[in-house]
Design a protein around this ligand. Structure first.
Ligand SMILES: Cc1cc2nc3c(=O)[nH]c(=O)nc-3n(C[C@H](O)[C@H](O)[C@H](O)COP(=O)(O)OP(=O)(O)OC[C@H]3O[C@@H](n4cnc5c(N)ncnc54)[C@H](O)[C@@H]3O)c2cc1C
Length: 370
């Protein structure tokens, strides 16, 4: 088959990052096509933990701390607007979040990290360090091994599959075209714009192209004079049967959903393009969860999975626009749930308006070439 289609913008990749930017662009009146490899692809967007998380984001890169905080602040209104537009309730809440410490060393490391974040955010990030006694008043189920926690009011969580679905529904409602089974194999200059070819032989032409193909962006970016040095990092997650409410806000390693299930996660493994669960990691996650809340020992695990993060060498996002191919953009990052509100809002504004603001220079992949 060979069809030729013209659009204002082509988004390569229909994961959470691509579809959020695309949803923002169609709301700004652009004619947008998403080309997506489809169900055979590795997709971080289907296997994540659902945190809208600020504490720990941006140590070493103030621009990332501020961007994350900005997205977190946009989230309450974003969730409401998405519900009105798509009819999908994202089950978002922002009651703050905990990171529990199971040793004095973890607690002291956490204090240092939180102080650095306050500095990185220009003083806008706020947090409390809480000792066990204070925590136990709020969380009576807490285990004896917990020595304390950091708490930040900026953190929240969401049903991330609903979020993913809502972005696609909203995108198509506003006239966007989603094209699955369309792996992009070639991008070349075409007059002032781009000629984008898929494996099937279909050709698309557009003034703008946004590369948001997760870990596959590494191979695509050089076609438009950009770099995306990303690689997969495996994370494993367990889900328990539903249990009575005991935790009204998320923690970095476990969270209770609105339906009562508990999600347990946060493992990090460099294992290439391999996304199988392993008994050792599952045990490690379960042990830590039980040390934090001993009552979980009696709750049955009903499901587990692994998924691959889109990880840069320093863990911070890569956003960029091409100097050699004006109109080409790249967006690769680990926190696509947290940053969804910023991608639909200010990021789409910048791309629709013609370019990323100077404040985005810190996110360029050039930082890896010094
Ligand atoms: C275990 C785990 C836990 C996580 N927890 C959180 C969390 O709590 N909070 C948070 O904010 N983030 C979290 N994340 C990260 C978040 O899920 C990702 O940042 C986000 O999903 C990345 O989306 P993406 O669109 O960049 O990539 P992906 O979801 O990987 O999608 C890439 C897309 O590109 C397409 N594609 C690939 N190659 C091509 C090609 N050549 N042509 C066309 N299309 C192509 C694929 O079909 C796919 O749809 C987590 C991730 C994991 C793995």
């Amino acid at each position: 088959m060979s069809i030729s289609t013209t659009a204002d913008a082509v988004i390569v990749g229909g994961g959470l990052v691509g579809v959020a930017i695309a949803y923002g662009l169609v709301q700004r009146g652009l004619d947008v096509v998403i080309l997506d490899e489809g169900d055979v692809a590795f997709r971080a967007s289907r296997g994540n933990f659902g945190l809208v998380w600020v504490q720990s984001k941006g140590v070493g890169m103030p621009a990332y701390a501020q961007w994350t905080r900005r997205s977190s602040d946009l989230w309450p209104e974003f969730a409401e607007t998405v519900r009105e537009d798509t009819g999908i309730d994202l089950q978002f809440s922002r009651n703050g979040g905990y990171q529990f410490c199971l040793s004095e060393k973890e607690f002291q490391d956490r204090v240092r990290m939180m102080d650095t974040l306050v500095e990185a955010s220009g003083g806008t990030f706020t947090y409390e360090m809480m000792r066990r006694g204070e925590l136990a008043d709020r969380l009576p189920e807490l285990g004896p091994d917990v020595v304390g926690a950091s708490f930040s009011p900026h953190d929240g969580h969401v049903n991330s599959l609903r979020l993913f679905r809502a972005m696609h529904v909203g995108f198509q409602k506003h006239g966007g075209t989603y094209t699955p089974n369309s792996r992009v194999t070639d991008i070349t200059r075409d007059g002032d714009g781009f000629r984008i070819a898929t494996e099937k032989g279909d050709i698309y032409r557009s003034a703008r192209v946004v590369l948001a193909a997760g870990n596959a962006t590494r191979e695509l970016a050089p076609m438009v004079g950009l770099e995306a040095p990303v690689s997969p990092q495996k994370g494993q997650i367990l889900v328990t049967a539903k249990t009575s409410p005991f935790l009204d806000c998320p923690t970095a390693q476990l969270r209770q959903t609105g339906e009562g299930s508990v999600l347990i996660g946060d493992s990090k493994e460099e294992s290439g393009f391999e996304d199988m669960t392993s008994p050792e990691t599952i045990k490690m996650l379960a042990d830590r969860a039980v040390a934090t809340f001993p009552a979980l020992q009696k709750v049955r695990v009903v499901r587990s999975w692994a998924a691959l993060r889109v990880m840069t060498p320093d863990g911070f996002p890569v956003y960029g626009q091409s100097e050699t191919h004006p109109g080409a953009f790249v967006a690769c990052l680990h926190s696509g749930v947290t940053l969804a509100a910023a991608h639909v809002g200010p990021m789409a504004d910048a791309i629709a308006g013609g370019g990323l603001p100077p404040s985005f220079e810190s996110f360029s992949a050039d930082r890896f070439n010094v």
